[in-house]
Design a protein around this ligand. Sequence first.
Ligand code: ATP
Length: 294
Amino acid sequence: MAMDKGPVRMRSPAKLNLYLEVKGKREDGYHEVKLLNVAVDLCDSVEVELGGKEISIECGHPGVPEDEGNLCHKAARLFFDLGFAPPRGVRIKIDKHIPVAGGLGGGSSNAAATLAALARLTGFEDPGGELIRAAAKIGADVPFFLFHSPAWAEGVGEILSPAGPIPDWTFLIVGFPFGVSASWAYENFDLTSPPKRDTLNHSGNAGNFISLKEFRNDLEPVVTARRPEVLKAKKLLIENGGLGAMMSGSGPTVFGVFDDLRNAEAAALAFEMEHGLLSRVAGTIKGKIIEEFH
Ligand code: ATP
């Protein structure tokens, strides 16, 4: 009898959106977006092994489902449903470090890591980019994690193009003890309010990186209207030496941009000591996002 291969353990990083424009809503309910995503070295680990008859998930985080609701479960089912390999049982273990429902794309990253792990374990070859198309069926942020960082994502997140070069920034990521549902934030974004267009000085697709003053997140006013803590954290980040600060994705997580690791660490200390807020220093990941841990 053939032995099952594995397990493989994948690095599953978080992302920050330096630019998030909601362009419209399609008839199928999905929002069209333009995103500038950067992967950062705040990472979960996703361990995947073939075996058994079912898809099982172990995570142990109270905010993360261990049933079909887990995005890794959806990814594994889709992988076999699309015929990328003959159906198999899969065991998945997630070690969570990325704040849940924080706007950092943790679930999407875990789903992408599952697809990448299954491709490796089953020997699935993907010259035509089928895995990225499959990823888009799981969620708008999933394709990015199978691509390179930093990158522009358009359409509903599946049209990817490289961005760069990226400055050597260090980010200070400030979390809150509450989450925001991405679908709530998108549903409450008012597409009828006057659009804030042309904030980019150039076409992002030209491959250029954007400057701090071009940072944008259309969902930030939606979230801050209900959660003023987000604005306060942004202000504190600037007061503590941040070159810029913004909410990531659908929030509530806020990040500050620092030109130097030591400045970011000093600000992290101030956040904890003076404001009782948890923060994490993270560097940018350039190039391949999901990789196997060795
Ligand atoms: P995004 O910005 O892509 O919407 P997020 O960072 O705001 O993502 P996630 O951490 O991905 O949010 O979690 C959103 C919801 O998805 C959670 O409330 C959780 O119940 C569910 N979920 C399903 N699978 C996972 C997973 N593997 N990790 C984290 N959350 C998951």
